[in-house]
Design a protein around this ligand. Structure first.
Ligand code: SF4
Ligand code: SF4
Length: 391
């Protein structure tokens, strides 16, 4: 159905979903770093296909009209877009709370000042580790860690609130306390300790990234202790790892319930990994309004609510709490996105995910497959010394 067609009786009587709270705008997939757990798809969108400035501005206006509150300006590295200040200013003008999710690399102080002047509300800076050499190795760029320290200083000087984001995996899991200390030292108000989610690039690197169950347990205890010790000084948010869980997370707060993603080319996704469900058809902001896609888009409707579920979710009292977990993980591990997330111990596939985790964790080595354009699974190894400039 396009915007102009008359709705079917079912659609006419259906209660439209509430507006999403947040929108992740992947402005570009270009990035100076090459993190092996990057949530971008393995096939990255090229610069030539990126939405132009006016289209992004229209999308931001539409998001605000729909009731979206938070706009996450992300990528890749969002500041690789020459129009980042103009886009931010427009988002602020239409009433969106703007959060810049950045690697902090390649951003000049003047640009950050312009962003602050444009009304940017918040900065979220990723760090790869507390140990500079290891951080640079994970990021795939020598000197990256030191640049992040400088960038964090500018954020503070400009009076912008700062969150530090650290993706946790086998290569840094023993350094969580040092990562949190670093966030404090950087002047952050909040730190996100987010265990790697195994889709896209992280799935390619699962054997290099997966920690052991013991490491995960120790990490959880460390986070609990630090939360108590730092109460009132630093908020510590933690995203627990699925592979050793007993119950899944409500992925993206429920499919088509709270948030949406727009890719650099304007494809609208219910979650960043949704493209791995190949039978879904995604709509583009260049063809339909954001509101129409959110309300009636077939990819959003596919797993919205609970009517699509199979047992054991159908009769489970938690089905309105976790919405059966993650569809992409259900597909990746069980072959059917309608199955319960295998992270759930009630799933008949739970033993499989545990066994995959244990096998992956038993490997050693950190010979990462780095995220980069044109990479094919298993053929993407690059040297840390190269200059991984945006293309
Ligand atoms: S995870 Fe790393 S490579 Fe991916 S967008 Fe963020 S900084 Fe760039
Ligand atoms: S059976 Fe389904 S709804 Fe129940 S806890 Fe497991 S994943 Fe969640």
């Amino acid at each position: 159905m396009n915007d102009m067609t008359v709705p079917s009786p079912d659609q006419a009587t259906r209660v439209p979903p509430p507006a999403p709270l947040g929108m992740l705008a992947e402005l570009t997939h270009r990035c100076p770093l090459s993190c092996p757990y990057c949530s971008n798809p393995v096939e990255l969108d090229k610069r030539s296909g990126e939405l132009d400035t006016e289209t992004w501005k229209r999308v931001f206006s539409e998001a605000a009209s729909m009731g979206v509150l938070h706009l996450h300006l992300s990528g890749g590295e969002p500041t690789a877009r020459k129009d980042i200040v103009e886009l931010t200013a427009h988002a602020v003008k239409v009433g969106l709370y703007t959060n810049l999710i950045t690697s902090g690399i390649g951003v000049q102080r003047e640009k950050l000042e312009e962003l602050a002047d444009a009304g940017l509300d918040h900065v979220q800076l990723s760090i790869q580790d507390a140990l500079p050499d290891n951080a640079d190795k994970i990021a795939g760029l020598k000197g990256a860690h030191e640049k992040k320290r400088v960038f964090a200083g500018w954020v503070l000087e400009l009076g912008l609130p700062l969150t530090i984001n650290a993706v946790i995996h086998r290569g840094n899991i023993e350094n969580i306390e040092a990562l949190v200390s670093m966030a404090l030292e950087f002047g952050a108000r909040r730190v996100e300790i987010a265990h790697s989610q195994y889709y896209g690039w992280a799935l390619e690197n699962r054997e290099m990234l997966m920690p052991t169950r013991e490491q995960v347990m120790r990490a959880a205890a460390t986070v609990d202790r630090l939360r108590e010790e730092l109460e009132g000084k630093l908020v510590i948010d933690a995203v627990v790892p699925d592979y050793y869980a007993r119950r899944p997370k409500p992925c993206v707060g429920g499919w088509g319930k709270q948030s949406l993603n727009v890719t650099p080319q304007g494809k609208v996704l219910p979650c960043h990994a949704a493209e791995t469900i190949e039978h879904l058809q995604f709509d583009y902001v260049t063809e339909k309004s954001l509101s129409e896609i959110w309300t009636n888009g077939s990819a959003f409707e596919a797993y919205r609510g609970t009517s699509w579920m199979k047992e054991p979710c159908t009769s489970c009292p938690r089905k309105e709490i976790d919405f059966g977990g993650c569809r992409c993980q259900a597909l990746a591990i069980t072959g059917d996105p309608r199955n319960a997330d295998p992270a759930c111990s009630l799933s008949p596939f739970h033993a499989k995910i545990t066994s995959l985790a244990m096998k992956a964790a038993a490997k050693d080595g950190t010979d990462y497959i780095y995220r980069r354009f044109g990479a094919k699974p298993g053929q993407a190894r690059v040297e840390i010394t190269r200059n991984n400039a945006p293309v």
